[in-house]
Design a protein around this ligand. Structure first.
Ligand code: URP
Ligand code: ZN
Ligand code: ZN
Length: 471
């Protein structure tokens, strides 16, 4: 009896996954990767659809470890929802997003926040996971962490800043870390020392520089670095692993690197904007569009941060997607304490990072794939279902053309906002075909909405050595 044909065979491409590359065909059936086959044998595989990936990289679909969807902070809510954010993700080669179940009010119930997120996520076009979020000491931390783990959440976001909204003190961070350690979990920390931020904001206010144009001065580098040092000390005391979101300075990364050498399981995430854009944007025509926390840094800092990524010291790159539009960003641009923070970017994460590092010849494609897909999958307990092209994994694949150059224009993107931080930039390296759960969702550049088929992916325990040192 003849074997049933595969649903899809991707042939003649270079498969880049798990630290190596090889010419191979990928055979897909029933939403899963069934086999990698040597090029010579690929022609013998019967398939309902064959995709010719000649000259292109066949990589695991991007996993965005830091993607806010419809986030409400203060007076502003981002303009995307699960339908639009997940479609933008797919268009940009990302097939799994990890959002944050942030309680609506400080001290609110993290489990109720999760219920709300999951109800909204029913509209997702791509698979998704969630980080829990604890914003108060006034809950039973251990019981909450256990309950979240039972529901498939093993990462919990903690903020050392945004006083009165999200911020928690070090004793709460330690309590959460201890509880996470016992369930194979990982604390995701936004580290900026709030007292230093508030002092800088007061100074800026007195000097008449509290508007968007003065943003860089309101959140200094040492605020980030002191908080990273404090949180690393907490990780050391508790013996728990820790992941720093959106690191923006080489000094912060150096602290993590040194802690890893001492045996602390510490991980670094940065974002495309910190690796490419500098604080000159705050002196330009639309400073408000670039207001994010931490802020964009000086060119010297941006380039030194990029050097650390090249050295393998940045483990993951998240978008920190916050889909505000210019109107929302402008309304209170007179005062950065009142205006919405964050940049849209779920769709541009892969091309911006590829362009910066691989197209420029500074980084091997394998390291790029590790930063945007495999490591985020590992550091969210999603590997090997996500983040790899191997038998048994979900058939989530981005076929990226390393030579395709496009000028970034918001009108050609799918995020529901009126701007991109990369407008007008020439970028080389775009996903041209994307497969999600075995379904072609971008077909040679054409986005095909698969409908609300996205699934919640529960997290498995996360290993302390989830990501090897690459120094
Ligand atoms: O400016 C930022 N990053 N806004 C989003 C919320 C956060 O801090 O991650
Ligand atoms: Zn943050
Ligand atoms: Zn964020």
């Amino acid at each position: 009896m003849e074997a049933a044909p595969f649903d899809i065979v991707i042939e003649r491409g270079t498969v880049v996954t798990d630290g190596s590359s090889r010419d191979a065909a990928v055979a897909i059936r029933g939403g899963r990767i069934e086999a990698l086959v040597d090029p010579g044998e690929a022609t013998q595989l019967a398939a309902a659809r064959r995709i010719d990936a000649s000259g292109r990289l066949v990589m695991p679909g991007g996993v965005d470890p830091h993607c806010h969807v419809g986030i409400a902070v203060g007076a502003y809510t981002t303009l995307d929802d699960y339908a639009s954010a997940s479609l933008a993700a797919l268009a940009g080669g990302t097939t799994t997003i990890v959002d944050f179940a942030i309680p609506a009010t400080q001290g609110g119930d993290p489990l109720a926040a999760l219920d709300e997120r999951l109800a909204l996520a029913a509209q997702s076009r791509c698979d998704y996971a969630q980080h829990g979020c604890i914003t108060s000491a006034g809950i039973d931390v251990a019981a909450t962490v256990r309950a979240l783990a039972e529901r498939g959440l093993r990462t919990i976001k903690l903020f050392t800043t945004y006083r009165g909204i999200l911020m928690v003190e070090t004793d709460t961070i330690e309590a959460v870390m201890t509880a996470l350690r016992d369930v194979g979990g990982l604390a995701y920390v936004h580290a900026e020392a709030n007292d230093l931020v508030e002092a800088a904001q007061r100074e800026a206010d007195a000097a008449g520089r509290i508007d968007a144009g003065g943003h860089a001065g309101t959140r200094p580098e040492d605020a980030e670095e002191r908080a990273v040092a404090d949180v690393l000390a907490a990780a050391e005391r508790t013996g728990a692993p820790v992941y720093f979101v959106h690191q923006s300075t080489p000094g912060a990364i150096e602290l993590v690197t040194r802690a890893r050498r001492r045996g602390v399981a510490a991980f670094t995430e940065s974002c495309p904007h910190y690796l490419t854009l500098d604080d000159g944007r705050y002196r330009g025509e639309h400073p408000e569009r670039y207001v994010c926390c931490p802020p964009l840094r000086s060119r010297a800092t941006v380039d030194a941060l990029a050097d650390r990524a090249v050295q393998g010291l940045v483990h993951a790159v998240g978008s920190d997607n916050c889909c505000y539009d210019t109107r929302q960003k402008t309304e209170r641009a007179d005062d950065v304490r009142e205006m919405p923070n964050g940049l849209p970017g779920v769709e541009t994460r892969l091309p911006i990072v590829f362009n910066r590092f691989v197209a420029s010849g500074r980084m091997a494609p394998e390291r790029f794939v590790a930063m945007v897909s495999t490591n985020p999958a590992r550091l969210n307990g999603l590997y090997p279902r996500k983040g790899t092209i191997s038998a048994g994994a979900d058939a989530d694949i981005a076929i990226l053309d390393p030579r395709e150059t496009r000028t970034v224009v918001i009108d050609n993107l799918h995020m529901p906002t009126d701007y991109t931080p990369y407008e007008g930039q020439s970028v080389t390296g775009w996903p041209t075909t994307v497969i999600s759960g075995g379904v072609v969702v971008v077909d040679e550049g054409r986005l095909l909405d698969p409908g609300p088929v996205g699934r919640f992916v529960p997290a498995s325990p996360i290993e302390a050595d989830a990501v090897p040192s690459e120094e």
